[in-house]
Structures are given as C-alpha cells and as structure tokens.
Design a protein around this ligand. Structure first.
Ligand SMILES: O=C(O)[C@H](O)[C@@H](O)[C@H](O)[C@H](O)COP(=O)(O)O
Length: 237
C-alpha cells in the first residue's frame, strides 16, 4: 500500500496511524515490538510521538524497542542511531529501560550482531511473526537498513543480523537482514524528498534488481507493507 501526503503532513499521518496500530496490537497481545530506523526522516515523527497529544495516547510500558541498523560508533557520537532515537523520543517517554534493545557499539561489531540475533530469537522464536512493526527509511541510492548496493548482506537468507565494514563510510555497520524483517507483521517505509523520486520509482515500478536497489528485498511474507511517502518523493510514480 502507498500512502502519499504533502511534505509537512507526512510525520503526522504516520504518527496517527502508528499510535492507532500500536494500541490495537497492545490490546490484542499485551506488547508492541517495534524496530526503529536511523537517518533523518524519522526525527520529526519521533518528536511528534514524544509530545502531546500523542505521548499520552499509548501505554509506553508495553513497547519493546529495537533498531533496524546501527552505525558502529560510540553512543555519544551523533551518528549513532540509538543516540538519535534517545534524543528525539526515548528520553521523553516512559518505555522501561529493559524494553529498549540497542545494538551495542561497545562490543566488536560481529559479536554485537550475534548478541542481537540471540535477543531476537529469544523473543520471537515460535511466534507467528517477528516485529509488530519495522520502520524503514530508503537512501537516495536505494539502500534500506544497512543493506547497501553491492553488499553480500543484501542476499542473506538465514541469519537475522549481520555486521560488516562499509568502506565508503569508513565504519562498521550492524543490521537486521531480510529474513527477520520479512517475517514482521508490518513494515512501513518513510520516504521524503525529491532526491529520492527516481530511485523510488525504480524500486517500486522497475525490474527486480536487488544489488542495485536493496530496498526491493523487503517483501513481508505474510505481513503488511506500507510506503508512507511525501509528494516530492512520489512525484514520478
Ligand atoms: O543508519 C542508517 O543510515 C539508516 O538506518 C538508513 O537505512 C536510513 O534509513 C536511510 O539512509 C534513509 O535515511 P534518511 O531518512 O536520512 O534519508
């Protein structure tokens, strides 16, 4: 499903939907497991959720918070995705600390990825789905999570997490992979800006070229896939 809005309405549209969906999941199963993304697009959404009227509309104690990917830099570094989510959301809402599952950057990246997979399997094995919601962004080059064009991790079939050296950014990345994300109950992309219009068209309407457009590997098996996009990103669709 594609939901297109005016640029300044995108975050509100997503916040309205997200709180309603989270509450419905909490009512049904007493827990809401969400994976957050990095990048700049989710910041406005986070800040909306952290303020009224949204802040008091959900039971934050029932949220379990995860990340889709992480830049292996210290938590204090502004590029750290968990740091961004704390600054914009988690420092302002009462999610219990033991429900917040950061990808650790104080460990060696491969070990952090293994530890994260262990946590995910402990929670999700035997369940009908993994996350209730995975929020994703898409880079101008078609990457999502830390699944970058041309990287082997794009084709991962089994492991739920991976860590690798991303030479172009001179840093390690830790990331969820398609096998765990595609078992989520719902996956929602947030895509904004004219700079993404051409890639978005290729991802959604072009041939299947995952090495070029890794976002194409995200196809939930039984879950829902929603693209929240603004008019600028959707201009060529
Ligand atoms: O850590 C990261 O870099 C991300 O999680 C990444 O996959 C991001 O979602 C996209 O690059 C889109 O980023 P923007 O929202 O900034 O365009």
């Amino acid at each position: 499903m594609i939901i297109k809005t005016k640029t300044d309405e995108l975050a509100t549209r997503v916040a309205d939907w997200l709180i309603g969906y989270a509450n419905e999941v909490i009512q049904r199963q007493g827990r809401f497991a969400i994976a957050l993304s990095g990048g700049s697009t989710p910041k406005t959404l986070h800040m909306l959720l952290a303020a009224e009227p949204y802040r008091s509309q959900t039971d934050w104690s029932k949220w379990q918070v995860f990340w889709g990917d992480e830049r292996a830099v210290p938590f204090a570094d502004e590029r750290n995705n968990a740091r961004m989510a704390y600054d914009t959301l988690l420092n302002h809402v009462p999610v219990p600390e033991e429900h917040i599952h950061v990808m650790r950057t104080d460990l060696e990246p491969l070990e952090a990825a293994r530890e994260y997979a262990y946590t995910l399997h402990s929670l999700f094995d035997g369940q009908p789905a993994t996350f209730d919601l995975v929020l994703l962004g898409m880079g101008d080059d078609g990457h999502t999570l830390s699944l970058f064009p041309g990287q082997d991790v794009v084709h991962e079939q089994d492991a739920w997490t991976s860590a690798f050296w991303l030479a172009s950014q001179r840093m390690y990345r830790i990331t969820l992979t398609a096998p765990v994300v595609n078992q989520a109950a719902c996956v929602a992309f947030l895509v904004a800006g004219a700079g993404k219009a051409e890639t978005l068209k290729a991802v959604l309407e072009g041939p299947y070229l995952p090495d070029q457009y890794p976002s194409q590997v995200i196809k939930p098996t039984d879950g829902q896939l929603i693209w929240f996009i603004d008019e600028a990103a959707g201009a060529l669709l």
